[in-house]
Write a protein that binds this ligand. Structure first.
Ligand code: FES
Ligand code: FES
Length: 157
């Protein structure tokens, strides 16, 4: 067993877990935060995307022990986040959600794009989303939503 302690959505949490426990399992099974979804479990689909020390990361291929001491933010940590609020509104408006399975990881990646690349165009948005797979929407609504959020932010500058 390994003692893991992380800051999770602003709160310090700790648990003794088997050394091979993934960060995704630590979050879902040990902390009961099931907004982080598991699809492929080998780093391909992006459903498990969370922020580790501010950077989008695959929680399925990150060992919980490797994240010891890190700041982790999951989709549940964005409830009151103004930028996530803007994205939620546009995802709804532009029909960027169908079954919702990819959505938590997609939203975290979308927020990162809007925050990091204020001048991103559609092709850059698509490039940035290549690590997040969606089996329902065909991506058009998701790209539209991110583009609309970027435009709204630019207008407000
Ligand atoms: S579940 Fe982690 S990348 Fe697919
Ligand atoms: S909305 Fe179903 S996988 Fe993206």
């Amino acid at each position: 067993m390994t003692q893991v302690s992380i800051t999770l959505n602003g709160r310090t949490v700790a648990a003794d877990v088997p050394a091979r426990t993934s960060l995704a399992d630590f979050i879902r099974d040990h902390q009961a935060l099931t907004g982080t979804h598991l699809g492929c479990e080998h780093g391909v689909c992006g459903a498990c995307t969370i922020l580790i020390d501010g950077k989008p990361s695959r929680s399925c291929i990150t060992l919980a022990a490797a994240a010891d001491g890190s700041e982790v933010r999951t989709i549940e940590g964005f409830d009151d986040d103004p930028l996530m609020g803007v994205l939620r509104r546009w995802m709804n408006e532009k029909h960027g959600v169908q079954c919702g399975f990819c959505t938590p990881g997609m939203m975290i990646m979308a927020r990162d794009i809007v925050a990091r690349l204020p001048d991103a165009d559609r092709s850059r948005i698509r490039l940035e989303l290549t690590g997040n797979l969606c089996r329902c929407t065909g991506y058009v609504g998701i790209v539209d939503a991110i583009e609309a959020a970027l435009k709204e932010r630019r207008t407000a500058r």
